[in-house]
Design a protein around this ligand. Structure first.
Ligand code: DX5
Ligand code: ZN
Length: 240
């Protein structure tokens, strides 16, 4: 359900991923159904262990609960110290795609290989202070690069414009080395920063609080975001 990027640029399909970190968990299924109806393309599940990042969030039980309520791809963003221990559990729970951090994973190739052997999509995430150069060796093997546009651990942070030159560099690397690899941005995406990120070369935008914490509701927030990207609305703005 994604839509072509607005005019005047490399026409690239833009995908919107909903980060559920700041969802109202008492109404998670309802919020996801609203976002799905309003044009979200995948669900982004932020898994935090309180060690790799200074926050504790959710695990396989959330994936297992969501699998029956949506057919959208479930993407596990693993901000945990030892992802290798949990890949199989997440696959059994219904995960379609993994985002594994480069930082602190001395066996990144092995982790990526494990994910692919299990038939799932493998992506690598890099933090704001990490250079694009670390992707040189692993890029040919992966389906997705996630550039963190905030320091990981919390939603509702300000987009780091200092990451823009790196996003452009990753876009050039992907176009040269692995053109079918996705380039996603995560953190601080809203109606002001979404188009900036796409202009820098992103084709996937993870959005959390800008959609889930908008006082006008999920559908209205999605419409505003899609409008800021020149995308047609998927759903009339209805107060939930
Ligand atoms: C932060 C997470 C993000 C975050 C995005 O560590 O990886 O996915 O939840 O939330 P917003 O869009 O509110 O910055
Ligand atoms: Zn995330």
């Amino acid at each position: 359900m994604s839509t072509q990027q607005r005019e005047g640029h490399n026409r690239r399909t833009v995908n919107l991923a909903l980060s559920i970190l700041d969802a109202d968990f008492a109404r998670l299924g309802e919020q996801i159904a609203q976002a799905e109806g309003a044009g979200i393309d995948r669900i982004h599940i932020d898994v935090m262990d309180g060690h790799f990042v200074p926050n504790i969030s959710m695990g396989t039980s959330v994936v297992r609960s969501l699998r029956p309520v949506t057919r959208l791809p479930l993407v596990a963003h693993l901000m945990i110290s030892n992802p290798d221990l949990f890949i199989e559990d997440f696959v059994r729970a219904g995960t379609d795609s993994f985002l594994i951090h480069w930082e602190g994973n001395v066996n990144l190739h092995r982790t990526v290989d494990r994910v692919k052997t299990l038939g799932k999509r493998a992506g690598v995430a890099i933090n704001p202070a990490t250079s694009a150069a670390v992707l040189d060796e692993i890029l040919p093997e992966i389906d997705h690069v996630l550039v963190m546009t905030v320091d990981p651990g919390f939603g509702h942070q300000r987009f780091l414009h200092t990451t823009l030159p790196k996003i452009r560099r990753v876009r050039r690397m992907i176009d040269e080395i692995k053109p079918d690899c996705d380039l996603g941005l995560d953190g601080g995406i809203n109606t002001e920063t979404a188009a900036v990120g796409v202009d820098a070369g992103a084709n996937i935008l993870v959005v959390g609080s800008a959609v889930l914490q908008d006082s006008e509701g999920v559908v209205a927030a999605m419409n505003k975001l899609r409008t800021s990207l020149g995308m047609p609305n998927k759903h009339a703005s209805l107060q939930p």
